[in-house]
Ligand binder design. Structure first.
Ligand code: NAD
Ligand code: DAU
Length: 355
């Protein structure tokens, strides 16, 4: 079996659902259930003995040691993190605690466990750390995309905390020989993404008749990947990646934010038009920019394609259509996550960023 952290969040939950589409190997899912973690994402696994949910913190050494001893997993996949850049700008503390201290403590538990394994169990063990392209910093419009050799230049408290965790993972390989793998992925989108991130926020706000807040001029570029493609990439890396190696994962799909929002509006105009017949794009508003806003991310994903044979299955056109349709079909999920905490966040963030 494998141990997953953060499996009730957006990518972790998609990963577990996707995992059980291809294998019956059990998963122990350790998640703190912060505002971003939601067991409704895994409702279809409620009575499924292959999924063992444990409510807890990846930084709780006694707990992770107990789970490793009890379940004897062949690998760990570390998804758990504070993941939203804007929240890291308001309150960085949780990012330091979970992303850096939590990853460090998990590495310590993993090192002790791995050290005690024998023979094939020890040589086959893997620790896969899920990271982000944001650790590489910001590209100019004509710079080549990030390769695995790109220097680290994180610009936000979020990306700095992820960069620190990547360095710890690397150090545990070089110093202790722990068989680690690191993946650095671009922006994901798809089902179950919390509506604080660009694409789900735009869908949810559009349908609620609210404004669609674009930071700055909307010309910042992100490289978008459908979440299921990211999950398949992680599965390839845990199965066949070389210990100590880094794999960049991306969708070869760079787009300015404003184009993304126009695409979402056009799909909603087609799938659920406004009663007055006016396009949702009329709700777009340009607001004050994100402090330290990175201009462009782009991933060069040739290494994982060459070495592990992975490439994305979805184009942006197919992935974004599925995503918009999913949010239209799952409005009960959306209402459920829009609790008091969510409303407080939206109020705090968007009162401040109004242009
Ligand atoms: P998310 O915020 O949706 O989910 C994070 C999950 O981690 C939640 O279930 C939360 O409850 C859990 N968690 C938080 N703190 C924890 C702790 N201390 N102990 C245990 N669980 C804890 O995040 P996501 O978008 O699913 O991202 C997952 C991982 O992928 C993160 O490491 C993130 O940095 C990375 N990543 C995300 C993207 C993206 O576009 N979303 C892209 C590249 C990499
Ligand atoms: O690149 C990978 C990263 O992608 C992940 O590591 C992060 O966990 C994930 O949150 C994401 O970070 P971004 O900051 O790129 O994603 P976000 O959805 O917050 O914003 C995408 C772009 O849209 C960014 O340029 C900021 C802009 N934006 C975002 C919001 C929420 C807006 O213009 N308006 C908004 O309201």
């Amino acid at each position: 079996m494998i141990l997953i952290t953060g499996g009730a969040g957006f990518i972790g939950a998609n990963f577990i659902l996707n995992w059980f589409d291809t294998t019956d190997e059990p998963v122990v899912n350790l998640d703190k259930l912060t505002y971003a973690g939601n067991l409704r994402n895994l409702a279809s696994l409620q009575d499924d003995p292959r999924h063992i949910f444990v409510h807890g913190d990846l930084g709780d050494t006694a707990l992770t040691t107990r789970l490793l001893t009890e379940y004897q997993p062949r690998g760990i996949i570390n998804f758990a993190a504070e993941s939203h850049v804007d929240r890291s700008i308001h309150s960085p503390e949780d990012f330091i605690q979970t992303n850096i201290v939590g990853t460090f403590r998990l590495l310590e538990s993993a090192r002790a466990y791995w050290h005690g394994l024998q023979g094939a169990a020890q040589s086959n063990f893997r620790f896969l750390h899920v990271s982000t392209d944001e650790v590489y910093g910001s590209l100019k419009l004509d710079d080549p995309a990030f390769t695995e050799q790109h220097r680290y230049e994180p610009n936000s408290p979020y990306s700095a905390s992820k960069a620190a965790s990547d360095h710890l993972v690397r150090a545990y390989h070089h110093t202790y020989g722990l068989p680690v793998l690191t993946t650095n992925c671009s922006n994901n989108y798809g089902p179950y993404q919390f509506p604080e991130k660009l694409i789900p926020l735009m869908i949810v706000n559009a349908l609620a008749g609210k404004s669609l807040p674009i930071y700055g001029d909307g010309r910042q570029v992100r490289d978008w990947l459908y979440v299921k493609d990211h999950c398949c990439a992680i599965q390839s890396v845990i199965q066949a990646g070389q210990p100590g190696e880094i794999y960049n994962i991306g969708g070869w799909n760079e787009k300015p934010n404003i184009d993304i929002v126009h695409t979402v509006c056009a799909l909603l105009d087609e799938l659920q038009p406004r009663i007055d017949g006016i396009s949702y794009s009329q709700q777009i508003r340009f607001v004050k920019d994100r402090p330290g806003h990175d201009q462009r991310y782009a991933i060069d994903a040739r290494k994982i394609e060459r070495e592990l044979g992975w490439k994305p299955a979805e184009t942006f056109e197919t992935g974004i259509r599925k995503t918009v349709q999913w949010y239209l079909d799952n409005q009960a999920w959306v209402s459920n996550v829009q609790n008091g905490n969510y409303r407080d966040w939206v109020h705090k963030q968007y009162e401040k960023v109004r242009a």
